[in-house]
Design a protein around this ligand. Structure first.
Ligand SMILES: CC(C)=CCC/C(C)=C/CC/C(C)=C/CC/C(C)=C/[C@@H]1[C@@H](COP(=O)(O)OP(=O)(O)O)[C@]1(C)CC/C=C(\C)CC/C=C(\C)CCC=C(C)C
Length: 436
């Protein structure tokens, strides 16, 4: 059902950057819903998993030799996924927790597909659209498109290849993610408190319940009413912002993985129901979601490796502390910003891990519906090249920002297009026979 646009505040409450962040402060205080992941950390200890879990970075020393992901599936929940925290308690690894979310998202899509088939056999009632709201809604989507074009040009161009419905939905999601990120990373970040994030979360719940706060929310509200998008990845992204407020160090890769899921893996999970899986794909829904998650993680790891110097200047180190120590490095070395052999060795391993996540993601892109593949390939190829640029800079990510030059970008775009023409292969990732 299409949502009605409810104008709670005037659109002029938007900030000059056009994203309207400050209006979050106008919300009434909501309850404090927390990430589902958080509670499942406790609930899931010892829980057996029926489904297979794809990636396995946690496995003993695959920590750096992350390889053979598609073949090296674990068939059951296993001990290697149980990690001991510093107090000696056993807990489920972040990867396992996140995989639970992947399964839930995949199940939702499958359910919606079944419901749709049933609906097609029944008489469907038309949407109730309030007079005048259609025009406002289309204005809201146009605004999302403008924001997207302004902040992510290449990606915006890619979305133009999608069907109009999908394109608008992706814009709406993009804008919500960008606004969420700007809360902790934008010009007003120093004023953002956990309470403001709680308010942003209750506003999210409202929009999922068909009560959007402003026009940009209204676009997303309409999107989530039309596509099988679940609220959990959105809530988890807000949880990632909370994490950013309270934490500036990550003890292990397991901790960092959870952060990367929250702020970027979630984007992959939000996007798949919109982009759609190719009708001729033989891959299981779970494996496509897993690839989407991997792309988010790969992007975020790349982002972290690119921005080491910039983050350090903000007092932040998004690198696993235990791995730094194993390499004979510490925060002081990062703040000193000197490229040493130790640093090069450390960086090589980090880059290798990020590439392994990109490899895992690649398997899934081909399974997406044909019109959605190009923007995803383009984003994958462009972001992946940042890793090459870090190498080309002799691992100086302290004072040099790795970026992909315009000519290289221009070469990547037709390459991405060519890749997007490859149909889903039957021998690719997990066959649908495992899709239960
Ligand atoms: C086609 C495509 C890329 C679709 C995603 C569209 C979308 C909804 C993007 C939202 C991105 C966003 C604003 C996220 C907020 C958090 C954040 C800032 C994450 C970092 C992105 C880069 O941000 P930024 O613009 O600051 O980067 P620069 O500094 O300018 O370089 C992240 C690093 C993560 C973004 C994560 C993704 C784009 C996930 C992509 C995964 C998919 C689209 C799933 C594809 C499906 C399969 C099966 C592989």
């Amino acid at each position: 059902m299409s949502v009605a646009l409810i104008w709670v505040v005037s659109p002029t409450s938007e900030l000059s950057n056009g994203l309207g962040f400050l209006d979050t402060t106008k919300l009434v205080d909501g309850s404090k819903p927390r990430s589902v992941l958080k509670s499942s950390r406790i609930k899931n200890v010892g829980k057996k998993h029926k489904h297979k879990c794809k990636s396995s970075y946690v496995n003993a020393d695959l920590r750096f030799g992350y390889s053979g992901l598609s073949n090296g599936r674990k068939s059951q929940f296993d001990v290697s996924r149980v990690v001991a925290n510093p107090t000696g308690e056993l807990a489920i690894s972040s990867e396992q927790l996140v995989y639970d979310v992947v399964l839930k998202q995949a199940a939702l899509v499958k359910k919606q597909m079944r419901d749709k088939e049933e609906e097609e056999d029944m008489e469907v009632k038309p949407d109730i659209v309030l007079p005048g709201t259609l025009g406002l809604l289309s204005e809201a989507y146009d605004r999302c498109g403008e924001v997207c074009a302004e902040y992510a040009k290449t990606f915006y161009l890619g979305t133009l290849l999608m069907t109009p419905e999908r394109r608008k939905a992706i814009w709406a999601i993009y804008v919500w993610c960008r606004r969420t990120d700007e809360l902790v990373d934008g010009p007003n970040a120093s004023h953002i408190t956990p309470k403001a994030l709680d308010r942003w979360e209750s506003r999210l719940e409202d929009l999922f319940n068909g009560r959007p706060f402003d026009m940009l929310d209204a676009a997303l509200s309409d999107t989530v009413s039309k596509f099988p998008v679940d609220i959990q990845p959105f809530k988890d992204m807000i949880e990632g912002m909370r994490m950013d407020l309270r934490k500036s160090r990550y003890k292990t890769f397991d901790e960092l993985y959870l952060y990367c899921y929250y702020v970027a893996g979630t984007v992959g999970l939000m996007s798949v129901p919109i982009m759609g899986i190719a009708p001729d794909s033989q891959a299981s829904t779970e494996s496509v979601y897993n690839a989407a998650l991997a792309l988010g993680i790969a992007n975020q790891l790349t982002n972290i490796l690119r921005d080491v110097g910039e983050d350090a200047r903000r007092g932040r180190v998004y690198l696993p502390q235990d791995e730094l120590a194993q390499a004979g490095l510490s925060d002081e070395d990062i703040f000193a910003g000197k490229v040493t052999d130790k640093w090069r060795v450390f960086m090589k391993k980090q880059i290798k891990r990020a590439r392994a996540f990109f490899d895992e993601a690649q398997e899934g892109v081909t399974q997406l519906s044909s019109a959605s593949r190009w923007p995803v390939w383009a984003s994958l190829l462009l972001y992946r090249q940042i890793l090459d640029e870090i190498e080309a800079n002799d691992y100086n990510n302290f004072t040099r920002r790795a970026y992909v030059s315009k000519p290289k970008k221009l070469v990547s775009l037709p390459l991405a297009y060519a890749k997007s023409l490859v149909p889903p292969s039957r021998s690719g990732i997990l066959s649908k026979t495992l899709d239960v």
